[in-house]
Design a protein around this ligand. Structure first.
Ligand SMILES: NC(=O)c1ccc[n+]([C@@H]2O[C@H](COP(=O)([O-])OP(=O)(O)OC[C@H]3O[C@@H](n4cnc5c(N)ncnc54)[C@H](O)[C@@H]3O)[C@@H](O)[C@H]2O)c1
Ligand SMILES: [Zn+2]
Length: 363
């Protein structure tokens, strides 16, 4: 078992990595929680882990109930949040009640948003069950839902009181979802830690076959890097933007395809290769590093090429909400993994050239 502590003054909380869902009730007790508990999960995860978590919390003496939302990004909405407020009221949750978000990023973001807003905020625990949510979305306190016109448009910064990660839940995760999570883990290596990147290159196949110790290490190291960023810039006023490496083009690809063709991690994989190649075009990165970045993503089973019209991607770049003053901001690699630079002066021809080069069917 490994622990990472996110130190944010009175909002400080631990991330437990490599713990078992069957013991979550004891952890809640040890951390002196009391009051009612509402587990929010989805229909898929409930079948796999709902009883396990319910029984553990119940055995520890809590008054606990469980509610399910439908599975899918399209349910990350205010309507779902509203139906959850309804449940919170029916169960008579109070200010000291606890919400436990059991599932991937969709459940975590939605349940976290409900916790942030119900009675102006009640405590919540993240129990992420996808690789993406374990290395990324459960840590850092971004919670929210989608607006029909824009993803993640309604939300808040609201930190959980604990993150509880059972690596063995990944055994039931579909491979495609697992690979998508790997993309974010690889991203941490590229933005912050050359050694983490090399370790991932070395251990990739072990991680993909769910070697528990190596997977636990990967989640732990990813959480440590996210910790470093979040502690310095909780509300994304500066440094936290480096977490968007690969996301400028990744988001444009996601919205150009109406979020239907690629999983987030897959779009980000293409985006990271593009960011590496843009870095090269601007003489920031050499060919060896570009090839290594591309290779680890391919070995992960992730796409690095797209099948879209380049103009369509470019059009969507401009609508990204991370655009400042009409300029498109790119997180780029400066020299080698571990060194990043943010640039808003990348010439459109360079973006186009790189996107053309990443079209399927081109060498
Ligand atoms: N808050 C943040 O900082 C942040 C960061 C990155 C992404 N996100 C958000 O996270 C969401 C994506 O999260 P995700 O990739 O976890 O997707 P997801 O929550 O949709 O989960 C993916 C699929 O896996 C299923 N699943 C979950 N755990 C499982 C398990 N252990 N075994 C079998 N199936 C399982 C889910 O039911 C779902 O069908 C997006 O909405 C994105 O905006 C938030
Ligand atoms: Zn991401």
């Amino acid at each position: 078992m490994k622990t990472v502590e996110i130190k944010l003054g009175e909002r400080t909380y631990p991330i437990y990595i490599g713990v078992s869902l069957t013991r979550i009730g004891d952890y809640l007790r040890e951390r002196k929680f009391f009051g009612k508990v509402l587990i929010i999960t989805n229909t898929t995860v409930a079948k796999l882990y709902g009883d396990m978590v319910f029984d553990s919390i119940s055995r520890a003496g809590f008054e606990v109930s469980i509610t399910k939302i439908p599975d899918g990004e399209k349910y990350k909405t205010l309507e779902t949040a509203n139906s959850l407020y309804q449940v919170c009221m029916e169960k008579k949750l109070e200010r000291n009640s606890l919400i436990v978000a059991l599932g991937g990023g969709v459940v975590g973001d939605t349940a976290g948003f409900v916790a942030a807003t119900f009675m102006r905020g009640i405590p919540f625990v993240q129990v992420p069950t996808t690789l993406l949510s374990q290395v990324d979305s459960s840590v850092g306190g971004k919670v929210g839902v989608n607006h029909p016109k824009s993803k993640n448009m309604i939300g808040s910064f609201y930190q959980p009181v604990m993150v509880y990660i059972d690596i063995s839940t990944l055994k039931t995760l579909p491979e495609r979802e697992f690979n998508a999570g790997l993309a974010e883990a690889i991203k941490y290596g590229i933005i912050r830690d050359k050694r983490h990147f090399s370790v991932l290159e070395r251990d990739l196949m072990k991680i993909k076959s769910l070697h528990l110790e190596r997977t636990e290490y990967t989640v732990w190291r990813s959480c440590q890097i996210k910790k470093w960023v979040v502690e310095l810039d909780e509300k994304e006023s500066g440094l936290r933007a480096i977490l968007n490496f690969g996301h400028t083009i990744g988001h444009a690809i996601e919205s150009a395809t109406n979020y239907k063709t690629y999983l987030h991690g897959e779009a980000i994989s293409i985006g990271m290769v593009c960011a590496a190649k843009i870095s090269k075009e601007l003489n920031l990165l050499n060919d060896m590093w570009v090839r290594r970045i591309e290779k680890i993503l391919v070995r992960s089973g992730l796409p690095v090429k797209h099948n879209l019209k380049v103009d369509k991607i470019i059009k969507n770049l401009i609508f990204d909400k991370k655009v400042l003053d009409g300029k498109v901001r790119f997180v780029l690699t400066n020299g080698r993994p571990g060194r990043t630079v943010i640039r808003d002066d990348v010439p459109e021809e360079v973006i186009k050239k790189v996107l053309e080069g990443q079209k399927e069917g081109t060498e």
